[in-house]
Design a protein around this ligand. Structure first.
Ligand SMILES: C[S@@+](CC[C@H](N)C(=O)[O-])C[C@H]1O[C@@H](n2cnc3c(N)ncnc32)[C@H](O)[C@@H]1O
Length: 411
C-alpha cells in the first residue's frame, strides 16, 4: 500500500510513469531510496518523504534516468547552428535544455555554436533538471570521459584533467547556466520567457500522457516564435501539438514552433490525443522475419495499439521500412514503453543504416526490460561496428550471464 502511495507521489509531483522503468528497476530504486533515507521499509519511506521536500527530492533521485552524453543525435546540433544562422537578429540566442541531466546537452549546444564561429555573448544556454545531483555536476562543468561515447575531445572547449575527467573551458562555462526545476511546475519558466531553441529530449518517454501535454504547453508558452524545438528519440512532438511542424531539411526529430504557415496556431494548447504523422526516411531492405521481436509477457498492450504494431510488422515484412518506422513511432507516442515496438524500431533503424538511432532504441528496450537478450545482442553488434570494443565486451559478458541464468532456471 505504501509503495503504491509512493508511486502515486512520483506520478503526481514529477509526472513520471513508473511503468516505463520496468518492475526490476523499480524494485532496485526502492531499495536505493530506503538505504539513502535510512527507512526500514516502504511505510517508513512514505512517512519520511510525504511532507519533507528535501527527503522527497532524495527519494526521486533514485527513480530518474540521468543517461545523457555529448552531442547526442549530432544532426540536431547541426540544425541548431543552421537555425542560429537563419535568425541573425536573435542575439544572444536563448536556448533551453529541459531536462538537462548532468549538462552534456546544454554544453554541447554551446560548443556547437562556438565551433561554428559564434562568440560567447551570442549564446545563452539554460539547463534545468529536477535532479539536484545532476545539476550540481552540470554546474561544476566536470564530466565523465564516457560522456563522449568514443568521440574525440572537443578541443579547446573541454580539457582532460589528471584523473581523466573532462573540464569545461571558462569560455564555454560563460555560455551555460544551470538550475534545479521540475518540468511540471507551471511557474517553472515564468521569469525566463523568450527561448529561441528548446531541447526537450528523452523525458517525455518517461512521463504520463497528461504530464507530457502539460510539459509541452509550458515549453511552447515560453518560446519566442519561430522557435526550434528538438525532440528525443521516439518522441514525435508534432503528434502532441498542432503548433509544431518539421524543421525543413532538418533531422526528423527537429521541429519549428510558430512558423508562418502555422501562425494562427502558434500558441494553441497541445492536443489532448496524439496522431500518427512522423516523417519518413530512405528505405532499404526488409527486416528479416527471424529478427522480429518476441512479445514480452510484461507488456500488456491495449487492442487498438496492438493493431498499430501489427501493421508496423506487416510493413517491415514487406520491406517498407520508412512506413513501418512511422507506424512504430506513432505507436510509441501512445505506448512509449512498449518493448516490442522499441525493439522493432531498433531493427528498422538498423535496416535503414541509422546505427545511432538503432542503438538508442535498443538501449530504451533495456531501460524497460534490462534482461532483453536480443536487445543486448543487437547492442553488441552495433558497439563493435563503431569500434567501441570495451562496451561490446561488457555487453557480451552481460548477455553470457543472462544466458547462464536462463540455463540455471530451466527445468
Ligand atoms: C534521460 S535524461 C535526458 C537528458 C538529456 N535531455 C538527453 O536527452 O540526453 C532524463 C532526465 O530527466 C530528468 N527529469 C525527470 N523528471 C523530471 C521532471 N519532472 N522535471 C525535470 N527533469 C526531470 C531526470 O532527472 C533526468 O536527468
Amino acid at each position: 500500500m505504501s509503495r503504491e502511495a509512493l508511486i502515486e507521489l512520483l506520478q503526481t509531483r514529477l509526472g513520471l510513469d513508473p511503468g516505463t522503468l520496468g518492475p526490476r528497476v523499480i524494485d532496485d530504486a526502492f531499495a536505493d531510496a530506503r538505504r539513502a533515507l535510512a527507512a526500514a521499509d516502504d511505510a517508513a519511506l512514505y512517512h519520511r518523504v510525504l511532507l519533507d521536500g528535501k527527503a522527497f527530492s532524495e527519494f526521486s533521485e533514485c527513480f530518474v534516468v540521468p543517461e545523457t552524453w555529448f552531442f547526442r543525435t549530432p544532426e540536431q546540433f547541426q540544425d541548431l547552428v543552421r537555425f542560429a544562422r537563419e535568425q541573425p537578429a536573435r542575439r544572444p540566442l536563448r536556448i533551453l535544455s529541459l531536462p538537462s541531466s548532468t549538462g552534456e546537452e546544454a554544453y554541447s549546444a554551446a560548443m556547437a555554436l562556438l565551433e561554428a564561429g559564434f562568440v560567447p555573448a551570442d549564446i545563452d544556454v539554460l539547463g534545468i533538471d529536477v535532479s539536484q545531483a545532476a545539476i550540481r555536476r552540470a554546474s561544476a562543468g566536470v564530466f565523465r570521459r564516457s560522456a563522449l561515447r568514443g568521440q574525440p575531445i572537443p578541443s579547446p572547449w573541454l580539457h582532460e584533467a589528471d584523473d581523466g575527467s573532462l573540464v569545461a573551458d571558462p569560455v564555454l562555462r560563460r555560455c551555460v547556466r544551470m538550475r534545479v526545476g521540475n518540468a511540471l511546475d507551471p511557474k517553472l519558466l515564468q521569469a525566463e520567457q523568450g527561448f529561441d531553441v528548446l531541447f526537450c529530449r528523452n523525458l517525455l518517454i518517461y512521463l504520463r500522457p497528461e504530464a507530457r501535454t502539460q510539459l509541452l504547453h509550458t515549453l511552447l508558452s515560453a518560446a519566442r516564435v519561430p522557435a526550434l524545438v528538438l525532440a528525443g528519440q521516439a518522441e514525435v512532438l508534432s503528434s502532441l501539438s498542432d503548433a509544431l511542424r518539421p524543421y525543413e531539411g532538418g533531422c526528423p526529430l527537429s521541429f519549428v514552433h510558430g512558423a508562418p504557415r502555422a501562425a494562427s496556431a502558434a500558441h494553441a494548447p497541445p492536443k489532448a490525443a496524439p496522431r500518427p504523422a512522423p516523417r519518413a526516411t530512405p528505405s532499404p531492405a526488409p527486416v528479416p522475419a527471424q529478427k522480429r521481436p518476441v512479445k514480452s509477457a510484461r507488456q500488456a498492450t491495449p487492442a487498438v495499439a496492438q493493431e498499430d504494431i501489427a501493421r508496423a510488422h506487416q510493413l517491415a515484412d514487406a520491406g517498407q521500412v520508412d512506413q513501418a518506422r512511422a507506424a512504430c513511432l506513432a505507436h510509441l507516442v501512445r505506448q512509449p514503453a512498449d518493448v516490442d515496438a522499441l525493439y522493432l524500431l531498433g531493427l528498422l533503424e538498423s535496416a535503414a543504416g541509422n546505427a545511432e538511432a538503432a542503438e538508442r532504441a535498443f538501449t530504451q528496450v533495456l531501460y524497460v526490460d534490462r534482461d532483453h537478450l536480443d536487445a543486448i545482442e543487437q547492442r553488441v553488434g552495433l558497439a563493435e561496428r563503431r569500434g567501441a570494443g570495451d562496451q561490446a565486451r561488457d555487453l557480451r559478458a552481460r548477455a553470457a550471464r543472462l544466458r547462464q541464468r536462463h540455463r540455471e532456471a530451466a527445468p
